[in-house]
Ligand binder design. Structure first.
Ligand code: HSE
Length: 407
């Protein structure tokens, strides 16, 4: 059995979660890559082996120590020694990206950083690979989970700014120093990285204009809600007359905007291009296990040769009968007992009615109902018997209803 040894720098929120995930998924990763990922060691600012020793026994270095030094020096040293580097360090990439990219190129190693922007949302891969063939005009993003969580909680639960921030820290979304989150600097670093990839031009954090959310008052949110507007901290990178603008500031959005419905610690990035019109990617943008999942994905990518065909490793049985909620439309004779008969047939098959309305009268009567989630076979069993009722004027119509609510 061949091993692939991974040295980890840092054991904070993301580093700790990464070590746990690596152990949990080692067997699956081995089945995919043919190599067993093994933890070569963990080095923190205070504990662990000397860096050179860890480097010696690692094929890849995961940098999750944060900040600029020693993260920069160690990442450079690792690449110069021919090791791949995976990092989630947005401050480092937004200030020393060009030096790091050049070092990776010069030494033929991979530098991967999906976890640096929007947590587990795969925006880096999409910009670098999927959209490599598109000319991008604009990128809009909600790229800080802490501020999106704070604004959502202030609007939803009327929480004060301070209370919402404490909750974001407790849940592990905020930076070690949350000032970076609330003043917009964290989002600015991420927008610099996205702009670098979207427009193939060096963008330094110092070139990004940013404002935070510290000045937002609860009644701004309240008045705006009455106007149908929601407040978000929006990052923008766009071409303007052959030049580039990269900025972060709070902005009100109308409900139809693709970023308007992104709430809580979720992040989202919208990419606009004439060829593709627009795509929006969204998902958990902060949190230890979420960001560590992106980091582990990068590790697996570094382990397998590029463009390898996907290997099926877990044969799974396919399920036919699944649980679903349904809308049911019946054209019936408006006679005593019809609704009761329909309800009885549904009940016999274990189908529970969530809501029902009757429309029209006499031969024009319609019973329209929504049923609670139930195994489809049960619903269709009831439907077959309902279809045979003499009171029915036309075949019943049913459509599945997606009931999931995401928060
Ligand atoms: N503090 C960051 C955020 C974590 O709130 O989005 C992910 O970079």
């Amino acid at each position: 059995m061949s091993e692939f040894r991974i040295g980890v720098l840092g054991r904070g929120t993301v580093g700790g979660a990464f070590v746990t995930l690596l152990e949990r998924h080692a067997s699956r990763i081995e089945r995919i890559t043919g190599l067993r990922p093994v933890l070569a060691g963990v080095l923190t600012r205070r504990t662990g082996p000397p860096f050179e020793e860890l480097l010696e026994r690692s094929e890849l270095i995961v940098e999750l120590i944060g900040g600029i030094e020693p993260a920069r020096a160690w990442a450079l040293e690792a690449m110069r020694a021919g090791r791949h580097v995976v990092t989630a360090n947005k401050q480092l990439l937004s200030q020393y990206g060009e030096e790091l990219f050049a070092t990776a190129r010069d030494h033929g190693v991979q530098l991967r950083f999906e976890g640096a922007v929007a947590g587990v949302v795969p925006v880096i891969r999409v910009l670098q690979e999927s959209l490599a063939g598109a000319r991008i005009d604009r990128v809009h993003g909600i790229v800080n989970g802490t501020t999106n969580f704070i604004l959502s909680e202030m609007a939803r639960a009327g929480l004060s700014y301070e209370a919402a921030l404490v909750e974001a820290q407790r849940l592990g979304y905020a930076e070690a120093d949350p000032a970076d989150d609330v003043d917009g600097r964290d989002a600015a670093a991420k927008m610099a990285i996205l702009a670098r990839l979207a427009f193939d031009t060096p963008v330094h954090l110092d070139q990004v204009r940013y404002e935070g959310i510290e000045q937002i008052a609860p009644d701004d949110l309240e008045y705006a809600r009455e106007l149908g507007l929601g407040l978000k901290l929006i990052g923008t990178a766009e071409r303007i007359d052959g030049r580039l603008s990269v900025r972060v500031h709070p902005a009100f959005l109308y409900p139809g905007h693709p970023l308007a419905s992104i709430s809580g610690p979720f992040n989202a990035v919208t990419v606009e291009s004439p060829e593709i019109t627009e795509i929006t990617m969204s998902g958990p943008g902060a949190g230890g296990p979420q960001t560590a999942t992106a980091v582990l994905g990068d590790v697996v990518s570094a382990m397998i040769p590029p463009a390898s065909a996907p290997k099926a490793t877990e044969p799974l049985e396919l399920v036919d009968d699944v649980v679903s909620s349904f809308y049911l439309h019946l054209e019936v004779a408006d006679e005593p007992g019809v609704l009761a008969t329909v309800a009885q047939l549904l009940a016999t098959h274990g189908v529970s009615v969530k809501s029902v309305v009757q429309k029209g009268l006499a031969d024009q009567a319609r019973l329209v109902m929504v049923v609670h989630p139930v195994l489809e076979s049960r619903f269709y069993g009831a439907l077959a018997e309902i279809a045979a009722l003499a009171a029915l004027r036309s075949p019943p119509r049913s459509i599945r209803v997606l009931e999931e609510e995401f928060s």
